[in-house]
Design a binder for this molecule. Sequence first.
Ligand code: CMP
Length: 430
Amino acid sequence: MELEKPLFAFWYGSLSAVSLPLGALLGLWLRPSNKWTSSLMAFGAGALLAALTLELVAGGLKLAGFWPLGGGCVLGAALFMLLDRLLNSKGGFLRKRSTAAKHLSDQKLKQYSDMLKRLSGIGLFRSLPPEEMCAVVEFTHPFSVKNGEVIFNEGDPGDRLYIIETGAVEVDSGQARRKVAELGAGEAFGEMALISGDPRSARVSAVKDVSGWTIAREDFERLLADNPGLKQEVSRLYVRRLDGLFGPEGSGAEAAKWAKLARAHINVSSLVPSESELKAESEKHSGAAFAIWLGILLDGIPESLVIGASMLHSSAVSMTLIAGVFLANFPEALSSSVGMSKQGSSRSKIIWMWTSLMLMTGIGAFLGNLVFIGLPHGLFVFVEGMAAGAMLAMIAETMLPEATEQGGPAVGMMTVLGFLAAIFVNSLAH
Ligand code: CMP
């Protein structure tokens, strides 16, 4: 077997990824700010965009036309997204700040919508416009009590509002413990002391196992101050209770419609995870090093394969592709190694990890050259299209969010400059 060309591909693949250990070293040494790494990420994304457009898309289009290229692109993107989700579920999302943040905000969104669905059964809150409901979600804390337990006694100070999701409580008052009411799922209690400032007007105890939520007094007051509609509803409930009257809580269909509307109004900024949440998440996945490694490898596989493959149909290696990959790899390692070191990984482990990924890029190029040799043009362009689609999906899903997250107003310009840098390298070759 002729190994000269694949070995040549190995060296060029490794060269394009020297920027990985280099970026990691510089990251550990200089500890650049998030703003810097984001700007460099934008530059790298721009360079990779230009490289894949010029080398993969334009070349493939000329060789075999639109369909093999387009079909490959769609399949490549779909494959990337599938594997990305799979690795993320094993902790691979920790490889980048942006992927970790996205994972956490998706998780929060799920929790929010789940809470909204459950809160939609509470008549009291349905007086709130759906867009105000997010505030309620933030203020609710879960509680549960066992059957027979006293939740509070008559005369206690009122410190929180209770909402029942499942189970039932009994309200009784006076020396004779006269039963005033039994409240069940979807009903609230403990609002009277919060409104009047008086002590609890009755004793409340569980007559079944109860679970639900509480809202602290200060938060409840804030909600009432911000929502005249809720205030009115709570006052009505207060009066009804004083009179010993109750009304129906509303139909299930209404509740579902309301929950859907409320979900559409979830405030996206409230889903952005804080630094401490990100740190806690990375501690939770401390055993995810392999998934992170695989995640970074996944980001790099398509480009390494096409570096090797691109040498098959032209006599010289594509310097544009090498430059684009080099420039994209650099900020990737720079930003990730800072994050990894913050999460407690040792320097030697970080450097070794990026060096091994550099070698894997070389091996990918070697294989790309070996495997794609002799493929008919149509199939070759299809595979090239797959790489282009996967790279585009990777840029859109991991690089650009990282760039825009903290890059400030320079992001647009840095992307254009990166794009031009790769085009400049290309112009030198012609
Ligand atoms: P609070 O006074 O804070 O504490 C006791 C709670 O029992 C009270 O708020 C109401 O939520 C509830 N409660 C009091 N009276 C009635 C009633 N007649 N019917 C239903 N619930 C009541």
